[in-house]
Design a protein around this ligand. Structure first.
Ligand code: TNX
Length: 542
């Protein structure tokens, strides 16, 4: 008789736990640890309150908006005066949880409460994302959340996505959507590539021609299939972001736990600058235009000349940038600086002689050190592409490595921290299929499984116990052939989702087949819910 009476309770518990395991098993990126606590599920309905302490007031509003959008319930944010009664409360609380675990969160769902604890804003945002992944993607009157306990934190400190807005510019609304994508995937840095040969996109008060001239080119991409060459017409193309707009983006990202790192690319990739101010070029008398084609490297002059006016310019521009962006790090580019224009310029050669620089590499280092010094004077640290390693640099500079493991090993041996962003497989402007009719892209083939199976820590570094120098990794989104937001979405999804798990989850817990199960069952519906495009044929190519 006893076993007969106990059976229903047992079935309830067993089913309850299964349901909980199932839900938690669907989270992307996979969390560090979770336990299904098997209590009576928590009910969320229109009477549920959100309560946040002083640290997380903005995140309470963020959660309120997300919940309203996802399940159609607009929950009230309680104030100290609110009478809570016996209704469920979702609590956002500051708690150090564990020492030395930045971005950690602790989610507990018990009988009448959901408690989210975090030591910092990014941690709280990650907890919010996990909570949303435990809830359905549909409008409800009430929903029952199985009781769970999740403790979670990232594998890497730097988890970035980059976006090139020079080759193509995107509306403010899309930048915000992109930041929402980063937040959902528990990234913490947005690398904003704001300048390049094909357009300068940031208002600089002291040098207005950077945008009145430098933000505009006379070519617009029209053809865009792999099977046919890219075609352009000569329509004027361009635009830029005002400093007020930039502040709006920074604020929007900060609420979502995301730091915005601006990149001003010098001393190469500077064609838009010299179109606006020819006096900073090695040929001040030429009439330069903002570049109308891609791939300027070596073919057309796009380097800055070392003269007092140029250095004054760089100090002022990086000064305005440092004042505008709260980020601890500013990216000064430093990639692909063609040396031939310096070789061919008598005044540059004279400058080098006068300053004891024996070759153009040393001149490049001279530029990087100057700008790094301007940044340091503003209390900012430097990030640069790995070419900045060509010279002897202060070890506070972080190296962004876009080539092979070898550059990372060199940098780490010289005690620089490194962010891994190798073309293969982290350039999301590369093809994700071998379909001859695919939409136009650059480079080879970086399919989804290559991204998923990527390990940012080179084996040799691990052996040499230098793996602590790897800060993390980043997906790069160069937009030569991404002229619309939907093309960007097509290129980043689902590869960005795969990268989020590379950066967050313990490699021992990764499993590509299981990732694809979660992707198909739970993330593709998200893309659809956001109204976002994505590359649908990934199964065929991986
Ligand atoms: C190289 S990687 C570049 C970019 C291009 C990209 C195209 C790097 C630091 N520079 O200027 O957009 O290749 O994939």
């Amino acid at each position: 008789l006893w076993s007969f009476l106990l059976l229903p309770a047992f079935v309830f518990l067993a089913l309850g736990c299964d349901a909980q395991n199932l839900l938690v098993n669907n989270i992307v990126p996979k969390p560090v640890s979770f336990t299904a606590t098997g209590e009576k599920p928590v009910e969320i309905d229109k009477h549920t309150f959100i309560i946040a302490d002083a640290n997380y007031q903005e995140q309470a509003v963020y959660l309120q908006e997300l919940l309203q959008h996802q399940i159609g319930l607009r929950l009230e944010i309680a104030t100290p005066q609110t009478k809570l009664g016996r209704h469920t409360r979702i609590m956002l609380l500051h708690d150090p949880i564990e020492a030395n675990r930045p971005e950690m969160y602790w989610l507990e769902a018990g009988a009448h409460y959901i408690r989210l604890k975090a030591r910092d804003v990014p941690g709280m945002v990650h907890g919010i994302q996990t909570l949303l992944q435990l809830l359905p993607l549909k409008q409800v009157k009430e929903v029952h959340l199985p009781t769970v306990e999740i403790k979670d934190y990232p594998r890497f400190a730097y988890r970035g996505m980059h976006l090139d807005v020079s080759r193509h510019i995107f509306p403010m609304a899309f930048l915000k959507k992109y930041i929402d994508y980063l937040a959902f995937h528990k990234f913490n840095n947005f690398h904003w590539h704001l300048t390049d040969d094909q357009g300068w996109r940031l208002e600089i008060k002291s040098y207005p021609k950077l945008t009145s001239v430098g933000a505009w080119r006379n070519s617009t991409l029209i053809g865009h299939f792999k099977a046919e060459p890219a075609r352009y017409d000569s329509t004027r193309y361009g635009g830029f972001y005002t400093q007020d707009q930039v502040r709006e983006i920074i604020k929007y990202a900060a609420v979502r736990g995301i730091n915005v790192i601006p990149e001003i690319d010098i001393p190469g990739h500077s064609r838009a600058i010299i179109a606006a101010y020819p006096e900073f070029s090695t040929k001040p008398d030429s009439a330069w235009q903002v570049a109308n084609t891609w791939g300027m490297y070596n073919r057309q002059n796009n380097v800055l000349a070392p003269n007092p006016a140029t250095f004054k310019f760089l100090e002022t521009v990086f000064g305005e940038v440092a004042d505008l962006f709260p980020s601890e790090y500013i990216h000064l580019g430093g990639d692909e600086c063609s040396k031939i224009w310096w070789k061919a310029s008598p005044s540059t050669q004279e400058f080098m002689k006068a300053n004891g620089l024996k070759d153009e590499k040393e001149l490049q280092t001279y530029f990087i050190k100057k700008v790094s010094g301007y940044l340091a004077a503003k209390n900012k640290k430097t990030i640069g592409w790995h070419e900045i390693l060509e010279g002897d640099l202060d070890t506070t500079a972080v190296i962004m490595n876009w080539r092979s493991d070898q550059e990372a090993i060199t940098a780490a041996k010289r005690h620089h921290q490194v962010i891994m962003t190798p073309g293969s497989p982290l350039y999301f402007d590369a093809y994700q299929s071998k379909d001859p009719n695919d939409s136009l892209a650059i480079h080879g083939y970086n399919p989804l499984d290559a991204v998923y199976n990527y390990n940012p820590v080179p084996a040799e570094l691990k052996k040499a116990r230098l793996d602590k120098y790897i800060l993390g990794a980043q997906g790069n989104v160069w937009t030569e052939y991404m002229e619309t937001p939907s093309k960007v979405e097509y290129m980043v999804f689902p590869r960005m989702t795969a990268l989020s798990e590379v950066l967050w989850t313990d490699p021992a817990k990764k499993d590509y087949a299981d990732f694809k199960r979660r992707l198909k069952g739970f993330i593709l519906p998200r893309y659809a819910f956001w109204g976002s495009g994505y590359f649908k044929d990934f199964e065929q190519w991986t």
